[in-house]
Write a protein that binds this ligand. Structure first.
Ligand SMILES: [Zn+2]
Length: 252
């Protein structure tokens, strides 16, 4: 990773940082504000099952317990209420659950969005492939309202999400950027519902919504936070830790 690569990413996502810096900041802010160590945190992620996310997963995230994977294609929480309930009941009682959810998108060294250069390949490939596939179908008017099949359930669900925002995506200056924003909003909305239907036998629920950005094979990955909320389960009060987080990352 170089400063130049981060700058390339920032041209699209102004508040992005490397995922290494992001996870350092995340763990620091939770310790500083809530007094919790990584082994008191049950981590769940809702990210695309694309292998590049495993390759570019930030190592320090494994200091938390987990992760429990809630996501399917492009990070939609397909594990649903059952998935959310499952890891909620694995959390240390004096600790917190940390739910990180993000659609992903590739950005190449030359700043092309929606693709990356993968290990051992001569050409770039789509990233997120599912999002680009659904976008292509949307642009070709190949998505039928309500068509969700057993055979390709996750992909069809993404297609329906895009279809509901067809005009917004089609008229955007970068359609894959806008489609990824649409995806984020759909994931964020679903997460709120899942959280409202779950009991957590611990002190805090931490919700982090973001865009996860994959670089070319030698660029590493990046993260742009959109929200960082902490719910105190004793009071049901909710605070944002976004400013604390970005202050800590800026100092590192
Ligand atoms: Zn993907």
């Amino acid at each position: 990773m170089s400063v130049q690569h981060l700058q390339t990413v920032k041209n699209w996502y102004a508040n992005a940082n490397t995922t290494a810096d992001t996870v350092n900041g995340l763990l620091d802010v939770i310790e500083y504000k809530l007094g919790l160590k990584p082994n008191q945190l049950m981590h769940a992620d809702s990210m695309c099952c694309d292998d590049v996310n495993a390759i570019q997963y930030p190592p320090r995230a494994y200091e938390m317990l987990g992760p429990f994977h809630m996501g399917g294609l492009n990070g939609f929480p397909f594990a649903g209420v059952t998935g959310m309930n499952a890891f909620a009941h694995h959390v240390p009682e004096d600790g917190a659950v940390v739910v990180f959810y993000a659609p992903h998108i590739g950005i190449t060294k030359d700043g092309t969005i929606g693709e990356i250069h993968r290990i051992g390949q001569s050409e770039n490939s789509a990233c997120c492939g599912a999002a680009k596939g659904a976008l292509s179908k949307l642009l070709n008017n190949q998505i039928a309202a309500g068509n969700v099949t057993d055979l390709d359930y996750q992909m069809n669900t993404i297609e329906q999400i895009f279809l509901k925002q067809a005009d917004r995506i089609k008229t955007a200056s970068s359609q894959i950027f806008e489609a990824t924003e649409v995806m984020y909003e759909a994931i964020n909305e679903r997460m709120e519902i899942l959280v409202s239907k779950t009991n957590y036998p611990c002190k805090y629920v931490i919700l982090i919504g973001a865009i996860f950005i994959n670089g070319d094979k030698d660029m590493g990955s990046f993260c742009s936070y959109k929200r960082f909320d902490c719910i105190n389960l004793a009071t049901n009060g909710r605070i944002s830790l976004m400013n604390d987080f970005y202050n800590i990352v800026a100092k590192s």
